[in-house]
Design a binder for this molecule. Structure first.
Ligand code: ADP
Ligand code: MG
Length: 247
């Protein structure tokens, strides 16, 4: 069996007396979509923050490509090939899609702004490649604020891809979307792998079961089930955890 790209061992997080996570152990294999699902309050965002380096766990370890990154801050993990996209919108609505992507590319390449003034854009090819990867090629000159909700989410994912990450973390990318946007975003996420590894934190169980290789189910801060979608679908504990939560 090959090594996982990302692994956690017995992650615990306490906020004062409250335990948000207990003994969360998972292995994410390279080139897969690995989802973490669970009802509201299960600890998904807390785990996302631990994995991406925003939050230091009270217990346990996070290992990325064989290296212990538990105490490594978020910006240092980016250099190891991690990128993340947040629940909240991060784009500049007044700028075009292309300009948003160029800003993200500049932030990672450290290109000098004066190159812009001379009309040279070293990131143009890369910008077009990212737009293609997230399905926004036809909308490069659109004002970002005029994109649909799904289009804006695609752009945010594109901005996270600017760093050309090996592994990308998405926290509830489908939240608040209409049915068409859900479908498009789902296809986009599926298409990121196997070139990249995707850790998808999501409340929408149906979508997750459709596009993931592996699923980890959290409830009240603990892993209650783990495995391929076929196994999760029939799991009694999962059904119970989701009962009445509008899955
Ligand atoms: N900074 C914090 N301080 C105290 N409690 C928190 C904090 N962040 C999250 N929690 C609590 O931890 C639990 C898990 O939250 P969260 O990880 O956001 O769940 P999910 O994303 O699955 O909805 C919730 O009960 C939440 O109120
Ligand atoms: Mg959350």
């Amino acid at each position: 069996m090959t090594e996982p790209l990302l692994a956690t061992q017995d992650i615990g997080v306490r906020f004062g007396d409250f335990r948000a996570l207990s003994e969360v152990t998972l292995s994410v294999m390279s080139g897969t979509v690995h989802s973490v699902i669970g009802p509201n309050g299960a600890g998904k965002t807390t785990l996302f923050n631990v994995l991406t380096g925003r939050l230091s766990p009270s217990e346990g370890r996070v290992v990325l490509a064989g290296r212990d990154v538990t105490r490594l801050p978020a910006h240092r993990r980016v250099h190891l090939g991690m990128a993340r996209s947040f629940q909240v919108t991060n784009i500049f609505p007044e700028l075009t899609v292309g300009e948003n992507l160029r800003l993200a590319l500049q932030a990672v390449s450290g290109a000098q702004p004066w190159i812009f003034w001379r009309g040279v854009d070293p990131d143009l090819g890369r910008m077009q490649a990212v737009a293609e990867e997230v399905g926004l090629t036809a909308r490069i000159s659109w004002r970002a604020g005029d994109l649909s909700h799904g289009g804006q989410r695609a752009l945010e994912i594109g901005m996270a891809l600017a760093a050309d990450p090996r592994i990308i973390f998405l926290d509830e990318p489908l939240a608040g979307m209409g049915i068409d946007d859900v479908h498009r975003t789902k296809e986009l996420i599926r298409g990121l792998a196997p070139a990249r590894t995707v850790v998808l934190i999501e409340h929408n169980m149906r979508v997750v079961l459709d596009i993931s290789e592996q699923v980890t189910v959290l409830a009240q801060g603990r892993t209650i089930a783990e495995g391929p979608p076929a196994l999760i679908r029939g799991d009694a504990a999962v059904r119970e955890a989701y009962l009445g939560s509008g899955m």
